[in-house]
Design a protein around this ligand. Structure first.
Ligand code: PMV
Length: 333
């Protein structure tokens, strides 16, 4: 059996993707930081077979739900990868972050899977070129929208922006070269408020936008915030970065809370942490801000040179609101 192995990081969106159409196309552009510590490592052993066969092990144990997701994805792309009709795969995957930390793993797991798929193709075709990351992003998007952004280090933009050459709804592009150095070493400490599974899957969440009365206004706002954030990132304007980041996080939760049916994913401790972060920023002038994913955990974002003060603040003031005192200190790759 041959073997390929890839590691791919998680990412945290600053401008959020929420709402899609067609075959996994976003209703608005989004921008994210690529993380470094939180990642998925996937290895695939493969050999020729009379039909498609797969086994999937997550952290050493067979996982039927995830196997189904992978099989479905591979079936959906067999026209582009015909070798999938005659292959036996043994897939093993593990996350660097705790399984029950409530951190969404679809971005890191699906981008790692797609990198492995493209590497299998290279092996079969005896192609010595490196993997084309734009193509990887395209297929990662088909597997899970936000995974399209995880194949690029530092920061990525997914979605067509007339001002960014090469940008597309079909794949993400790196924006590493157009961001100020301060953002290339940004820190993200993830406060685990709850380790429970999300109560709304992102698939169901995106669908809620189809009937949301504020949907069109939201997509226009996201386009505006994307354009504004691109300027902010270029200038290194941290004050404006904070404004956009926190507005986007609270907008995402507002959209979920006002959907039919509504979902309230913030917990009491999420709100306490948000209040404490804003108070700390006002009192100390240290530019710490927060963002949220579709769940109760809080991502604390700050420049590298504030690390000591923010670490002390988290340990002394915020840790008490975390589930079992758990937090993960991550950063932009
Ligand atoms: O990639 P999906 O379908 O799991 O959607 C991700 C949606 C958010 O995480 C809430 C926002 C984003 O842009 O990552």
């Amino acid at each position: 059996m041959n073997k390929v192995c890839h590691k791919s990081p998680s990412n945290i969106a600053i401008v959020k993707y929420w709402g899609k159409h067609g075959n996994q196309l976003p209703n608005n552009p989004s921008i994210s930081f690529t993380l470094s510590k939180c990642h998925t490592e996937t290895s695939i052993k493969f050999c020729e077979s009379d039909c498609y066969k797969s086994n999937f092990f997550f952290e050493g144990k067979e996982n039927a739900a995830f196997k189904l997701k992978i099989d479905k994805f591979f079936q959906s792309v067999t026209n582009d990868f015909p070798f999938l009709n005659n292959i036996e795969l043994e897939i093993e995957s593990r996350n660097s972050f705790p399984h029950s930390s409530g951190i969404a793993s679809s971005a890191s797991s699906m981008s790692a899977l797609v990198l492995c798929l493209l590497d299998i193709e290279r092996t079969i075709k005896a192609d010595s070129h490196p993997i084309d990351l734009q193509r990887a992003s395209y297929y990662a998007r088909l597997a899970s929208g936000s995974a399209s952004r995880s194949v690029f280090p530092k920061m990525a933009l997914w979605g067509l922006m007339p001002t960014v050459q090469g940008s597309s709804d079909e794949y993400a592009v790196s924006i590493e070269d157009i961001i100020h150095p301060v953002f290339k070493t940004y820190k993200d400490t993830i406060l685990i408020v709850s380790s429970k599974e999300k109560s709304v899957s992102s698939r169901a969440g995106h669908a809620l936008m189809d009937t949301h009365p504020q949907a069109q206004a939201r997509y226009a706002q996201a386009r505006e915030n994307t354009q504004r954030l691109l300027t902010t990132l270029k200038l290194g304007d941290i004050e404006d970065f904070i404004k956009i980041t926190e507005d986007e996080a609270l907008t995402l939760h507002h959209l979920m809370e006002t959907s039919t049916p509504p979902f309230v994913l913030m917990e009491e401790n999420t709100k306490k942490i948000i209040r404490e972060i804003r108070r700390f920023r006002q009192d100390t002038k240290i530019p710490l801000c927060f963002t949220l994913d579709a769940g109760p955990n809080v991502h604390c974002l700050f420049p590298q040179d504030c690390q000591k003060e923010v670490d002390d603040f988290i340990i002394n003031e915020l840790k008490q609101y975390c589930h079992n005192g758990t937090f993960i200190s991550d950063s932009v790759e």
